[in-house]
Structure formats: C-alpha cells, structure tokens
Design a protein. Structure first.
Length: 211
C-alpha cells in the first residue's frame, strides 16, 4: 500500500490522501447525486408514469445535469426501462444491507427496493387493476360491459368526458339514495353541495349545457 507524507511528516494512505482533493470530492458527490436521480427516475417510470415527464424536466434543469453528467443522464432518460432497471441494480445492489444513515435507508426503502423486487416495465396501478378485473371475472354474473366500465373508471377514461362522468356520478348518487331508503330530493341545498364537490363548477356547467 502506498503511503503519502506531507511537509510536516504526517503520513496517510492513498484513500485518505484522495479525500483532500477537491476535484475528487466533488466528483464523488456528483456521482452519488446521479445514482439517487436514476433510482428516482426508475421509480417514476415503473410506479408513477403520470409524473414522469415533469420529473424528467426537473432532471434536465438540475445543475448536475447541466454541468457534470449530461451524457450519463441522457443515456438513462432516453434508454428503455429494462436498461434503466439494469443500471440501477448495478449501482445500488451492493449498498443494500450496508449500514447507512437513516435518510439513505429511507431512500432505499422508498425508491430502490420496490424497483428491484419488480420486473422492469411493470406498473403497480396496472397490476391492481388486473387483480380487480380477475376477481370480477371469477363471478359468473359479471358481464363484459361491467368489466369494461370498471377499467374505464380506474384508468381515468371516464373522468376525461365530463358529460359521461356526470351521468355515472348521478347514477351512483341514486344508488346511495336507494340504499338509505331515500327516494326524493328533499334537501336540495345538500344535493347541490354534493354535485359541486363531486363534479366541480366547470364539469357541472358543461353537463347542464349538453343535456
């Protein structure tokens, strides 16, 4: 092992000597930030695709992207989920189970571990929806129309059409009235407050114009 000695006669090993290099220290910090970012990028890709584009924009405006690792970031941003998953596993697998700070352990539990236990390209939302559809299909009284309706509600297709969403919500409100033995609209103020809180003013106005 090589030993370094300063002007005062103090000796240290190579690893300790390199800690005194500002360039080496900054490089290690930037590399660690990059490893944090690609883990979060994979987490958004697999489990929160709705927020993925916003997160990509934040990465491309970050100092670490602009000043240090633009090529590395672009490789991760433009690559396939499988390649990104492989890169995250390669970067983080050796750190699992190692004693870290509480913050680092929390980060691993929130972002790294869930990505490693799932196959790349998978989505928790899609898995839950498929489990729900499989459960409904096990009931012989469930028709194809009901399965399609549930799928459209869960994926947000219904909410993108205010008129259809309004009709469906009105039907659900009617079912709740029947369950409670109510068959009239006696409390109109309460009914209007439910409509506004459920649909919002714009959707309710659009619903009234259409119908």
């Amino acid at each position: 092992m090589q030993v370094y000695q300063n002007e005062l006669g103090d000796a240290c090993c190579e690893e300790c000597f390199l800690l005194g290099s500002k360039q080496r220290f900054v490089a290690k910090v930037c590399n660690f930030v990059w490893s944090l970012d690609i883990a979060r990028l994979l987490h958004f890709t697999m489990f929160d695709p709705d927020g993925l584009e916003d997160f990509k924009g934040k990465l491309r405006s970050s100092p670490n992207y602009l000043r240090r690792h633009k090529a590395l970031y672009e490789q991760s941003l433009s690559g396939s989920p499988e390649d990104l998953h492989s890169q995250v596993c390669k970067t983080w697998r050796g750190r699992l189970g190692v004693t870290n700070t509480e913050t680092c352990e929390l980060f691993m539990a929130m972002y790294v571990s869930p990505c490693m236990v799932c196959e790349p390209g998978s989505s928790i939302k899609k898995q839950h929806l498929q489990n729900l559809l499989n459960f409904m299909q096990s009931d012989p009284t469930t028709g194809a129309g009901e399965l399609e309706m549930v799928r459209s509600i869960v994926t947000g297709e219904v909410s993108r059409h205010p008129a259809v969403h309004g009709v469906l919500c009105a039907i659900m409100d009617k079912l709740r009235q029947w369950q409670h033995g109510t068959h009239t609209m006696r409390n109109r103020h309460r009914a209007l407050s439910i409509l506004f809180s459920t649909f919002g003013f714009k959707k309710l106005l659009f619903f009234c114009v259409v119908f």
